[in-house]
Design a protein around this ligand. Sequence first.
Ligand SMILES: Nc1ncnc2c1ncn2[C@@H]1O[C@H](COP(=O)(O)OP(=O)(O)OP(=O)(O)O)[C@@H](O)[C@H]1O
Length: 783
Amino acid sequence: MDGRVSTAHGQNDEGARVPREAITPEQAVPASTVEAAIAQEQQYLDVVYARLDELRAAYGQRLAQVRRGGPSGSPQNRSERDAFAAHYEDTVARLDHVENRLVFGRLDLRGASEPRYVGRIGMSDAEHDQLLVDWRAPSAQPFYQATAAHPGDVVRRRHLMTRARTVVGVEDELLDHAHLDAEVADGLTGEGALFAAMSAAREGRMSDIVATIQAEQDAVIRSPLDGVLVVQGGPGTGKTAVALHRAAYLLYAHRQRLERSGVLLVGPSRVFLRYIEQVLPSLGETDVVATTMAELLPGTTATAADREEVAEVKGRADMAKVLSRAVRALQRVPAGVQELDVEGVRLHLRPEDVRTAMARARRTGLPHNQARETFALAMLDVLVREYAVARGGEGDDDPEDRAWLREDVRTARDVRRAVNLCWMPTTPHGLLERLYARPDLLAAHARGLSTRDRELLHREKGSPWTVADVPLLDELAELLGPHEQAEAARAAAEARLQAAEEVRYAQEAITSQGLGMGMVTAEMLAERFAATGPRLTTAERAAADRTWTYGHVVVDEAQELSPMAWRALLRRCPSRSMTVVGDLAQRSGHRPARSWAEVLGAAGSEHVREAVLTVSYRTPATVMDTATEVMTALGAEPSYPVRAARDLPDALAVTRAGQEDLPDATVAVVRGELSFLDAEVGAGAGRVAVIVPSGAERTAREALLAHDDLRDALTSGHGDLLGARVAVVDAVQAKGLEYDVVVLLEPAAILASGAGDLYVAMTRPTRRLHVVHAEDLPEGFPA
Ligand SMILES: Nc1ncnc2c1ncn2[C@@H]1O[C@H](COP(=O)(O)OP(=O)(O)OP(=O)(O)O)[C@@H](O)[C@H]1O
């Protein structure tokens, strides 16, 4: 390609000091001088890293100084010191995280005397001259957006490839009109760097793409904060990467607005959150709350999954009405007058008094458990009046007597029971459990559900909570409000945890300050800290608080969310500022969705804008095209076609075996693919997923474990889904993840759980999809 010069080498050139403007913007770098260019860039890198070290040392010292101040002083002094410590801790952590590929780009601009360097964070030298522009700053945008057709002021864009602190390659794109060519105009930016990133062996953790963000991705990342932005993109188009970079961008561009309220990121599973956990810190952001729908409600962990048809009923928007009726039914007016015994006196609970007290309580607009107090007080007033009269009218005007009478009534068993029966306090878990377990209750409140739907909801008390239960529990928590006794038990448990945390914190302080020697114990220090408590970050406080509202919410794999789940997320985001990324074609189960309007539930009625990502940076074209053909043959053609950025030789392989030989064939294929990776990306590097039909993971894993070499590969890196060189998973577990090679076992059986699952499974590899089957292949696979 004209105007593009790139090379790479592994040595650090120790050339003479070259001033940063030595490579003039108008000057292209011929291939012969690439080595010299690398040497020049190394000079610049050395200056930037030296500054990074200086800043780290300076902030490290300030932090140590503040910590040395210890826990003494007035509360105001302590809180100021805490605030400084927090700031320094964050800065030190941020500077530590940006070590790798700190500088990755350079722009030579028409009319500018110096080039502009783009990096992970902004940085100035001691004289306040800018060394590095933060990739998120407006002045870095041309690095991602300039094209030969629309170069703006950019004459040359240079990608710097680095390993540790060494420049190992540069890649130039000349964007002035003299070098215009159609291929550049249409093409991807920084192709060399991009292809190097795409070809790297996968290590089980997602990396950031800050050096090679493409123009269509950049437009999404920098899209305005307000409203609901839906990003539809086929497999591997960078939706997850873009969502994370957008979170980092928004925190940078709207720090004031988002820092206090925070950003919530919702992913499909804990494994997925671990897969992406390094991306935001590497972009200098650590304060995002990452969670899954299963963990959205603090204190509740959903460990089970429902069958598809059960989850569907639980997820319907109508369930909100069922729950609201169930809560309302906790407020009951007795059919007739009831007699109550208070200290031998007969009092009367009259339906009309109950109705009046109820109306007053409902007018407060408070959730059920909190409004109960208004109801109970109103009932008490009525009963105390009757009690006073029954006691001979004495003490009617004497406040002290009146208080005694009131106490008699309030504590009487009959009264407590009657008030509770009229307005029963309850917990979300208790109520939902009763609803599921008692068909009569469900029939009374869920009139809109068919008998079959109600049967699907039935379950015994004590069954574990499922992911689909979480939005229902959350809805109930909203309708009910805190339950005093349950809250007290929770607070006590939390206090115990907090005390343990304070001791741990104090222990650290003792160690770091060289205290101890028997003069002060961790418990003593903890007591002193208790007044202020260990510092919690915004993210930590937000994650522990159900009622926390976030400034922005990012949802990944959003095509899986139910209408009830959207309600739970919208409650957490009153500003309705959301980034929603997903792929309709990858939706699990047997209910395909044709449009985002169908999927978004209540979020769909907000101000929604859609963006589409069209290029897959993961899956080779041969595999991508086959996956599309299979989906089309199934009548589930993806509505948003995807173009693969590259193809690779032998990207698709198919091995047919007899039913009996399938395990042996799988072993041979996995072994062959590991050898392929050894040769291709280095001994022991690269990762293989064996994707099997749901429920077949255990058998498949055991078949592989029987072989020593494969056992090593399966148990390497703690043997978990991200660490091991070979992992056995089903399509749902593989969602959002990627591997160098996928061995796809029995596609026809995977299809039983839905076309979307097969599509997900087929599109996970970066290098090769190897299909192993005994049953006939679904239509669309090559013969
Ligand atoms: N601009 C880019 N430069 C380099 N690599 C990229 C770029 N965009 C995406 N990638 C890489 O492509 C792969 C797929 O990205 P990502 O997981 O974000 O895609 P996705 O759309 O979320 O995929 P899926 O829906 O299939 O889970 C990742 O390895 C990612 O790092």
